[in-house]
Design a protein around this ligand. Structure first.
Ligand code: SF4
Ligand code: FES
Length: 714
């Protein structure tokens, strides 16, 4: 620890910190443009100049480390003159077009000019003009406004993983540019809009839609991946106009993915279902809620009377809230059926638990990691960023996958194999551990099996360092591995491997509320979708699922759904996925409802409605509650989602999460079929759920959608 003074205030801080970091900690404001706490220091704008005692020239606070006995002044005449001069230089070429700039009202340049600049400009000569670049459908450029702080350049290189923007030219001719004919493709690209301290980079979908002071800001979370990134949605006239990150270092830091940022467009797609609908004589009819609910109750009761309780099934989305899942389970329970599941893309159900195995931020502290079967950049872009950070800090990443998927991370080793070979890969790793340090295989069940396996020389070679290193290790199974037919074997083997190297074991599941929904399902012995397939199901209620698109990776389940007689969808959207359904109930999207979600690191987050439900749509938990009443089931009188949540989560009781573990292991050696199909179903970020499939701007990116959704907006 060292002692120094800032503006006369004596403080004790750790050495190695910069003046700007220390000033931020003690609440002293130093103006800045190029400095950002999450990026490397460029020190090129010079806005943060401060005076240090006994040094004749002003020093940049962002690039000057504190020293013992240092005396820093941020408000003296000397500092003010330095800051004013820099401000004057920065404004020389700035167009000063604040009235027509989207950044107006939240512009760092505008605010800093008012606080630190002179009241008049002495510059009367011609200003330079920079031609705007088209860098894609999400980000608008007005490069004459750019002050060359290079925050955007550094973000894409350091956080995004690839330098898609650069500063070309020098002095008066310096300008920000993408590679010739290239747009910015990073799945985190929208963050440069927030980072740009001026209006040079603004949101294309939001452009000219509202002024910042007209917007009401409401907190919520994202349910498009398993992170639950914290968001702030900006609302005008009960409509979400844009989405920004809400800082939470434990989850998303100060970033969000483009999917989280621009998916709000999907809220207002023309496909929004605004009234209940029933099908009569093969024609869709708009009806009121009562008629629709009576229609459902009549048909469900008929199924039960003729074919028994087991003929009714429920499928809900992994995006469902805890409250929605609880109520759907309760309806099933009261009816007397166990046919309820949310694991719509899973084919093997002999394992439990969906969780990371550690805190999200802990990933950065790992030294050696093996990831098997994950299309991470598509599934969880911000989790991928944590692994990128880990590697930048010296960690080593070994990536085994069925898809040639560029993580934009320097890898220690990459193995591309068929998904059917994941099991063999894990067996070979365990065999290598046995060869290197036999005593490390603790699990006796696996020991005999492993001893019989042939040793692979290549695996032995690269596993040596992994086994012998005395550092922090981890094994993660990605969504692709969890969706494999032999997923329980993979969970069992990966668990044994982690145990043998004293490492962490976790899953990189992309189910948004997988942990929360597991918590509910774990309490009850429920049937899986595999069990349902073996039965005669005659009535099905789906919640927040577009079967044709959401379940396409699970062909058997899609076939089962097609054969069911009576189908009801509680859904925010209509569309061709529901052509063979009999009734559609309009549900509010998640920002129009309250609900609770548990992220992949077991963090519970509850959100409130931030806009009203569209048309006659209603929050799904309310629909399920009323459906319980119409089905004549008792104990469905909840007044709020909090009351429902209390049935699952008691504030004073610890939650009993199911462990991430396999229920059984098949120790028979399975011969690999040479022509075996690769079980990979990569889902591009803009296709992962109903909302993002309808977020038009996301679909204009170069990754063309596999599914074409009509591009219409309400
Ligand atoms: S475009 Fe914005 S973020 Fe990028 S260098 Fe210019 S001012 Fe900085
Ligand atoms: S913020 Fe220090 S030089 Fe730019």
């Amino acid at each position: 620890m060292i002692k120094l003074k800032i503006d006369g205030k004596s403080i004790e801080v750790q050495s190695k910190k910069t003046i700007i970091e220390v000033a931020d900690e003690v609440g002293i404001d130093i103006p800045r443009f190029c400095y950002h706490k999450k990026l490397t220091v460029a020190a090129n704008c010079r806005m943060c100049l401060v005076q240090v005692k006994n040094i004749g020239k002003p020093l940049p606070a962002c690039a000057t480390q504190v020293m013992d006995g240092m005396e820093v002044s941020t408000k003296t005449k000397f500092t003010k003159e330095a800051q004013q001069s820099v401000m004057e230089f920065l404004l020389i070429n700035h167009p000063l077009d604040c009235p027509i700039c989207d950044q107006g009202g939240e512009c760092e340049l505008q605010d800093t000019a008012v606080a630190y600049g002179a009241s008049e400009s002495r510059y009367a000569e011609e200003k330079r003009v920079v031609v705007n670049k088209n860098i894609g459908p999400l980000i608008s450029t007005d490069l004459t406004r750019c002050i060359q702080c290079t925050r955007c350049v550094r973000f894409l290189k350091e956080i995004g993983g690839v330098q898609e923007l650069g500063l070309v030219g020098r002095g008066e001719h310096a300008e920000i540019s993408a590679y010739v004919d290239k747009s910015v493709e990073s799945e985190l690209s929208g963050n440069i809009i927030d980072l740009c301290p001026v209006g040079a980079l603004t949101s294309k979908p939001f452009r000219y839609k509202a002024r910042t002071w007209e917007l009401v800001r409401r907190p919520t979370i994202s349910i498009h991946d398993s992170l639950g990134s914290n968001l702030e949605m900006h609302i005008k006239d009960d409509r979400v106009m844009r989405t920004l990150p809400k800082e939470n270092d434990a989850i998303n830091e100060c970033w969000i993915s483009d999917r989280d940022r621009f998916s709000y467009e999907g809220f207002y797609h023309n496909d929004r279902l605004l009234e209940p609908m029933i099908k009569k004589n093969k024609k869709w009819l708009k009806v009121d809620w009562e008629e629709a609910l009576l229609f459902i109750a009549k048909n469900i009761n008929r199924s039960i009377a003729h074919e028994g309780q087991d003929s009714v099934a429920f499928l809900h989305s992994p995006q469902s809230s805890i409250e929605e899942s609880y109520l759907i389970h309760k309806i099933a329970d009261k009816i007397g059926t166990q046919n309820v599941d949310y694991r719509i893309t899973q084919k093997n159900f002999d394992f439990s638990g969906t969780w990371l195995g550690c805190e999200i931020s802990e990933i950065e502290t790992l030294d050696q990691v093996i990831i098997l079967g994950s299309n991470m950049r598509f599934d969880q872009p911000l989790l991928t960023h944590r692994f990128r950070k880990m590697v930048h800090q010296g960690g080593k990443l070994i990536f085994i996958n069925a898809l040639e998927h560029d993580l934009l991370i320097p890898l220690e080793k990459k193995i591309i194999c068929k998904s059917q070979e994941y099991r063999t890969q894990l067996i070979q790793m365990l065999r290598a551990v046995y060869e290197i340090e036999p005593k490390k295989i603790i699990n006796q069940d696996i020991l005999a099996f492993i001893k019989k396996q042939k040793l692979n020389a290549d695996t032995l070679q690269w596993m040596k360092q992994f086994v012998k290193g005395k550092n922090k290790k981890a094994i993660f199974l990605g969504q692709n591995a969890l969706e494999a037919n032999d997923a329980s074997d993979l969970v069992f083997l990966a668990n044994c491997l982690a145990e043998s190297v004293s490492g962490l074991f976790g899953s990189l599941s992309n189910y948004p509320n997988g942990v929360g929904l597991d918590l509910i399902a774990h309490k009850q012995e429920l049937k899986s979708t595999k069990d349902m397939m073996a039965k005669k199901i005659s009535s099905l209620i789906t919640l927040n699922i577009e079967p044709k698109y959401d379940i396409r990776a699970n062909i058997n389940l899609t076939d089962l759904i097609q054969k069911i007689n009576f189908k009801v969808a509680i859904t925010p959207y209509s569309g061709d996925a529901f052509d063979d359904f009999d009734c559609l109930l309009p549900m509010a999207i998640y920002t129009e409802s309250s609900g609770s979600y548990i992220n992949i690191a077991r963090k519970l987050q509850s959100i409130k409605a931030i806009t009203s439900p569209k048309g006659q749509s209603r929050p799904a938990w309310k629909i399920l509650r009323v459906l319980g009443n119409y089905l004549d089931l008792d104990d469905f009188d909840y007044d709020s989602s909090e009351q429902v949540l209390c049935k699952v989560i008691h504030p004073k009781k610890r939650l009993a999460y199911p462990p991430l573990a396999a229920k059984k292991f098949n120790n028979k050696e399975k011969p690999l079929k040479k022509d075996g199909r690769n079980e990979i179903h990569p889902i591009l970020p803009e296709q992962s759920d109903m909302i993002v499939r309808r977020a038009i701007s996301l679909h204009s990116k170069k990754n063309k959608p596999l599914i074409n959704i009509r591009q219409e907006v309400l």
